[in-house]
Design a protein around this ligand. Structure first.
Ligand SMILES: [Zn+2]
Ligand SMILES: [Zn+2]
Length: 137
């Protein structure tokens, strides 16, 4: 038997080789994900701050969904922006832009390499996030 600590609540659970979350947290995570997805479907232009407030799902979690490729930014939402972890280009989902993902796959680039990144487009979004963090208890 394979017992692990749940990444979310720290409780021991039987690991099934798929998720590092216990059954309870996994269910909660699925529910959160559905809430965010539904909210974004109805309100595709909202900023991540609003999405987090309305769905009561933390911004970190929403960003994680995006990074994991579970969630995709619909249309041209200026409120939610992800940047390619390699070149900083705006992307809709995942961790890298198509070009970098391709390069990394071919071994041309290390996934951890960071270059000078253009920041202009992201400033607004980052500000929202920082403000939100400041307001947390
Ligand atoms: Zn748990
Ligand atoms: Zn890139």
């Amino acid at each position: 038997m394979n017992i692990k600590n749940c990444k979310e609540c720290g409780k021991l659970f039987q690991y099934d080789g798929i998720s590092r979350l216990c059954f309870k947290c996994r269910k909660k995570d699925d529910e959160d994900f559905r809430k965010v997805k539904e909210f974004l479907y109805e309100n595709p232009k909202e900023t991540i701050t609003v999405v987090a407030e309305e769905t009561e799902v933390s911004e970190d979690k929403i960003l994680r969904y995006l990074r994991e490729g579970k969630l995709e930014i619909v249309g041209d939402n200026p409120g939610i922006l992800l940047d390619c972890e390699s070149c900083g280009k705006s992307i809709r989902t995942g961790r890298y832009c198509d070009q970098c993902a391709h390069d990394i796959e071919r071994g041309l680039k290390s996934g951890f390499e960071r270059q000078e990144r253009p920041r202009k487009d992201l400033t607004k979004n980052r500000m929202y996030i920082t403000e939100m963090k400041k307001n947390r208890k």
